[in-house]
Ligand binder design. Sequence first.
Ligand code: ZN
Length: 91
Amino acid sequence: MRRLLDRLRGTMSCGDVLKVIQSYIDGEINATTARRVAAHLEQCDPCADEEYIYGQIKASLARRRHKVDMDVLDQLMSFGERLKTDPNLGD
Ligand SMILES: [Zn+2]
């Protein structure tokens, strides 16, 4: 009965939440679904743990991406330096 009431109110099951948790963290689901996921996470510890873990993975990937960006930036800067010093490049 509780599940039926939950469904009528639009509350998501754990399975539903886990299916969209990555999109939720990436901000790629619509506002209505995001609100339902947030409501579920508030009262469901296992799903909140999943959100935390995915969040950590995303954060570490973001850090790695940031590092790559810095490497690219370094390459661009040394390329810029070469343009300034190499007479065969640029003018
Ligand atoms: Zn849950």
